[in-house]
Design a protein around this ligand. Sequence first.
Ligand code: CTP
Ligand code: CA
Length: 224
Amino acid sequence: LRPANTAGPLAGRRVLVTSGPTHEPIDPVRVLANRSSGRQGHAIAAAAARAGAEVTLVSGPVAIPDPAGVTVVRVETAREMLNAVEAALPVDLAVFAAAVADWRVADGAAQKIKKGAGGPPALTLVENPDVLATVAHGLRRPALVVGFAAETENVVEHARAKLIRKRADMIVANDVSTGSGVMGGDDNRVHIVTADGVEDWPALSKAAVAERLVDRLAALLGPA
Ligand code: CTP
Ligand code: CA
């Protein structure tokens, strides 16, 4: 066990981070999922804990270890993620790094769907709740709300639209169409989009993005 960093820039602050994908069941053995290793979100949770915050990490299914000094709540689906996030409020800062499945299967089958004469099953999808937008529009809105946006084109324009639509204070946007920022990869080249404008960061490791982001967010929050 490590003693709390009472001198850190996030000492006395409560921080919530979402990370990883969500898995939406099709039947008991199959899921609809997003690609996400959880590495960026987990690195942010770890960096916030090192900075002295009391951190809750709500994570979908990932294959990486729990970060040190963080309370981890494991979930599968987007709806479970929303419930776990609401249970962790109030917080001062929330960072939504999870790759939430936008849709779920309308009625997941209770039994394994079998191949058969009927041919492949048709899946009817319904939209999942937007965890970030729900929290950002809610009564217990954190002082600082940060989202991510993985885009393949018009990266900054799409991020700016999400900033406004979701009522976030900051969107960390990355271009997943080329070499850097590829999901599951090591490095991330991000653009920090706020109401004040856009800041392009150089290619950094996910750990370095996490450190720099936590420093920036701590400065925006000020002392507790
Ligand atoms: N997000 C969320 N809940 C959802 C979907 C997205 O909390 N159901 C959050 C993500 O964690 C991320 C931000 O919203 O911080 C943007 O996610 P993204 O998938 O880029 O945005 P969408 O609104 O789903 O738009 P798109 O159609 O581009 O997928
Ligand atoms: Ca989405």
